[in-house]
Design a protein around this ligand. Structure first.
Ligand code: ADQ
Length: 470
């Protein structure tokens, strides 16, 4: 049996993670890694004054974890720089926030080369290599240069941008050329596939993919396809009724004081549309006097990338808007917007999701958005809440029974909030049942298995998705 090697910027498996705290992606990949006695390779998150390529090996739950330290300059140029200040904003349509600096470019190339050199001796002849996300797009090219002939797949967790935006990136062609060193390139959505194919056709004159997704360019044929990531629904449906989930559910219920809760859970990131969400909520409160003191919005926004200026600016703006809303509408015993920056364990989160009448998931752009799926999976089947979902989340393509909104249109969002809060139980149930069926079918196992089968070259057809016509 061939061994699976997963490579990502960080390894999200850790030996001190307690039950209920392992992320969905880590759990999904760990299952496949365990089955093949595989290995997960990535940056340790630590720095060392000079790069040594020394690998720290650890066994975690049957999986070999291999981590390597980077130099501070690598972290600045590759991680904070090219990954988080260039590719992340550009791929989320924010060219206004995108930094183009040659030092970032050089750092990105250097770290990818270092990853390849460090990983090379660990790759056996039959291993399947699965590389994750925009941090490591050129890794296959670097591995090939070192003689690796294995099948290598790439999965992009974030959107692929429109050609008109991508061409603002100096070196866009080089980035795309490097992707042709993979055997399989996976995107979250069909829209991602067609944006990529559109770039190939219009910028490079490369013919569209055939019915199997095969496309030829730069002297290689690669397969491209959509593999929408899912969650393990039971983690949340069972997590919400586990002791920790039940406790956080009860705690939330007690604090509702008869009010209905609207909930947002996101990393604090400009792609998540938090400011627009706050403004839409303000609009809703302004339009619906009868709802004052009857509802509140709980926004959990975990800090992320807080050394990057755009994230610091956003945080300051959110603090200001939250303060304005509470100042304008709040009363001595009612806080209309509860805004917290802490993180929660998965089972605690499931209990909080379950206590919310409305899940407000309104990114301006998102590869998939797992929170939308987690919210649905955590609901009480007898009395489920309503999901409001941005049309710009990849998840919207699979979740048509949510209330789909345009996050740039605050009046549209305010109307959806009102509709969700007043939706009859029967309609809530009907919508939820269909959403839940999709979340359960297109789960992490389906995602992982369809990608791995395609990487092995077994599946010549696009994987069937729950929302495809029968
Ligand atoms: P993210 O941008 O991080 O992921 P998302 O898919 O929503 O976005 O996943 C966030 C995860 O973090 C969820 O599992 C959520 O439960 C967890 N989380 C968020 N806030 C938390 C908190 N306060 N405490 C604990 N957990 C919290 C990227 C892409 C997405 C894509 C995923 C997976 O940007 O579009 O869906 O990868 O491919």
């Amino acid at each position: 049996m061939s061994r699976l090697i997963v490579v990502s910027n960080r390894v999200s498996l850790s030996s001190d993670a307690g039950a209920g705290s392992v992320g969905g992606l880590a759990a999904a990949l760990a299952a496949a890694l365990r089955e093949s006695r595989g290995m997960w390779f990535g940056w340790s998150g630590e720095t060392t004054p000079a790069f040594t390529g020394q690998i720290a090996l650890e066994q975690i739950g049957g999986v070999t974890v291999a981590k390597v330290d980077l130099e501070p300059q690598d972290v600045d140029e590759y991680y904070n720089g090219y990954a988080n200040k260039t590719l992340w904003p550009l791929f989320h349509d924010r060219i206004d926030l995108t930094a183009y600096e040659r030092s970032f470019d050089a750092g990105y190339a250097r770290v990818n080369r270092r990853f390849a050199e460090t990983l090379r001796p660990l790759v056996g002849p039959d291993d399947l290599v699965w590389i994750h996300d925009y941090h490591l797009a050129p890794l296959a090219r670097e591995l090939r240069a070192l003689g690796v002939r294995n099948r290598i797949g790439f999965f992009l967790h974030i959107p692929w941008p429109a050609r008109q935006l991508l061409v603002t990136l100096p070196g866009h062609r080089k980035l795309v050329e490097a992707l042709f060193q993979y055997d399989l390139i996976g995107f979250q959505t069909a829209e991602g596939v067609s944006a990529f194919a559109g770039y190939l056709a219009n910028e490079l004159g490369i013919s569209p993919p055939d019915a199997d997704g095969m496309v030829t360019g730069f002297g290689r044929t690669v397969r491209i396809g959509a593999f929408p990531i899912g969650i393990n629904a039971a983690d949340f449906s069972e997590g919400a009724t586990s002791p920790a989930g039940e406790e956080s559910y009860q705690r939330m219920r007690d604090s509702l004081a008869g009010r209905q809760m609207i909930l947002g859970v996101d990393r604090l990131d400009y792609s998540k549309g938090l400011e627009e969400r706050f403004v839409a909520y303000e609009q809703f409160l302004g339009e619906h006097e009868e709802q004052l003191e009857q509802v509140f919005l709980l926004q959990i926004a975990t800090l992320s990338r807080d050394t990057v200026e755009a994230y610091q600016d956003l945080r300051a703006r959110l603090d200001a808007v939250a303060g304005r809303i509470n100042g304008r509408f709040g009363t001595v015993d009612w806080v209309p917007l509860r805004y917290v920056n802490s993180g929660y364990r998965q089972d605690e989160l499931a209990g909080i999701y379950r206590a919310a009448r409305v899940g407000l998931v309104t990114p301006l752009r998102d590869g998939m958005n797992l929170v939308a799926k987690e919210y649905v999976a955590s609901q009480d089947p007898a009395d489920p809440g309503v999901l409001i979902l941005s049309r710009f989340a990849g998840a919207a393509g699979q979740m048509a029974d949510a209330l789909i909104v345009n996050p740039y249109d605050r009046e549209d969002m305010a109307e959806a909030i009102q509709q969700a809060l007043s939706m009859p139980l029967e309609e809530r149930r009907r919508r939820w049942e269909r959403l839940m069926a999709g979340v359960e079918t297109d789960d992490t196992a389906a995602w992982r298995e369809s990608f791995i089968e395609a990487l092995k070259g077994h599946t010549r057809q696009r994987p069937r998705l729950a929302n495809d016509a029968a």
